[in-house]
Write a protein of this length. Structure first.
Lengths: 299, 299
């Protein structure tokens, strides 16, 4: 794909809006489509063409980016539904299908095979960084699939953030799952260390400050750790989502005959929080669960 | 304590040497003593006076820093042994005893009480950062004890690194224990996430690169994670030490009627490694243990 070739963008949610806007502002000809057309029309003032349907957005584009809610929604857009042929049938030969939604690894692998069978290139390239990352072009993009396509798409990805190719189709989603596992387990770890410190008479907030810059330091310690000590469980990332991701990781591990002991234990903590109706709290609420299990007040 | 008042320094090991050297180079009058005198004499060319015994190093000093191997060694220096009265008896009224060795919390608390009973001030101020931190003055200093003494000692601490006061005597050691808990648990967490990624066909080294700068990132991911993937288990921090610290943390938690589920699980991993004779490997060897438990090759 030559630089500044046309991009089709499907799925104009909070993040998709900023991603499509940044591409248009960088000089890419962008055609956008969204199931609810109204959300897409705000892109017109950035020079984005609003497509009539997903197939229309795909035609003539070197890359089609899909940023819809989940795996089934991406399948519907790609393979079509009643009365809609889907983008796969509409794409130019040799064009690249880029699914940036967070989808199951198996969904990504199947989409990758279908794209190949249709003479297309494929990348699953989920992101982290949230709305600020999408707005400022500082997202982390984890890409699996065709390595040549990944190289060719650098001008596109670089507008949105920092991208890394991690393996074949599906491994972008897998890398994001690894990300979520580390986040959840580290929150639990920080909760245990801070509870120990607090119970022994240390000021846990001062302990967080003391550990800053050392081997024990992390964004989780500074962000989630400080907020749990302060009793702030406003999301951020919700327990229900953390449970879903952790469960997916443990199930995938089991499919590979793997036991991940700490991850399984952390899954139990999130299961318990969701069962208690705390699924909408920030995932740093394992602090509350750890205190509850130890018979301590939970604020 | 006024700036540049005399400092007694007891325990000239690898780290103590650099700490005493930096103090002398910063203009503090330093008297050093080491059980093996020869190790201390190399400090003379930096203007350090070599004391005849621990009491001699303590006399006339505003602060006495103890940097010996462990809790019992610090007790011996402070309270004396056969034929040696110890520094407590030799210190000037109102001087500050600063134990920078890593010692048990209960040892620090008892030393703090004894110091107070003798009209002295006390800080337990263990460090992290290893030899490079001691050499370059970039150590993390976690201090428990008399807050006024901590403030007065800022000119001394700032020569050695960044210091934070975290609570009463003993909590410096407790903060260091929290540090070790986070390090050990995070290594296990990183091992589980990378094994999941690798088993699903992702390049684990590329996954580490992909996660750089995001919420899942940490010095442990970048350092211990990369080395475990490369099959590099050269210490660094040894499994035997990580087991000792993790066991101490779990026992302390039990003394407070606390269960720390992930920390206890990580303790089991290090128990197993030490039982297998792998105690001298780097603590990132939980990667090997995780693979072994899952019936995979262990390189």
């Amino acid at each position: 794909m030559a630089e500044k070739s046309a991009v089709g963008f499907i799925g104009i949610g909070i993040m998709g809006f900023h991603m499509a806007r940044r591409l248009a502002e960088a000089g890419f000809p962008v055609s956008a489509w969204n199931r609810t057309r109204k959300k897409a029309t705000a892109l017109e003032r950035f020079g984005v063409r609003i497509a009539d349907d997903a197939s229309d957005a795909a035609k003539g584009a070197g890359a089609i980016i899909v940023m819809v809610s989940d795996g089934p929604a991406s399948d519907a857009v790609i393979f079509g539904t009643e009365g809609d042929d889907g983008v796969l049938a509409a794409m130019d030969d040799g064009a690249t299908l880029v699914v940036m939604s967070s989808i199951p690894m198996a969904t990504a692998a199947a989409q990758g095979r279908a794209a190949k069978d249709n003479g297309l290139r494929y990348l699953d390239a989920p992101v982290s960084g949230g709305e600020p990352g999408a707005r400022d072009g500082t997202m982390t993009i984890m890409a699996g699939g065709d390595q040549d396509a990944f190289q060719d798409l650098q001008p596109v990805f670089s507008v949105m953030g920092r991208s890394t190719h991690v393996g074949p189709a599906g491994t972008g989603s897998l890398a994001k799952l690894a990300n979520q596992v580390i986040v959840g387990n580290t929150i639990q770890t920080v909760a245990e260390a801070l509870l120990l410190a607090q119970s022994g008479g240390a000021d846990p907030d001062a302990v967080i400050t003391a550990l800053q810059g050392g081997f024990a330091d992390s964004p989780i310690l500074q962000n989630h750790g400080r907020r749990m000590i302060a009793g702030n469980f406003e999301p951020g990332g919700r327990c229900a989502i953390q449970l879903k991701d952790t469960r997916t990781a443990v199930e995938l591990a089991h499919a590979h005959d793997l036991e991940l002991p700490v991850t399984s234990l952390v899954q139990q903590a999130y299961e318990s929080l969701v069962e208690q109706g705390r699924g909408d709290l920030d995932h740093n609420a394992v602090w509350l669960e750890l205190r509850r299990r130890n018979g301590l007040e939970t604020d």
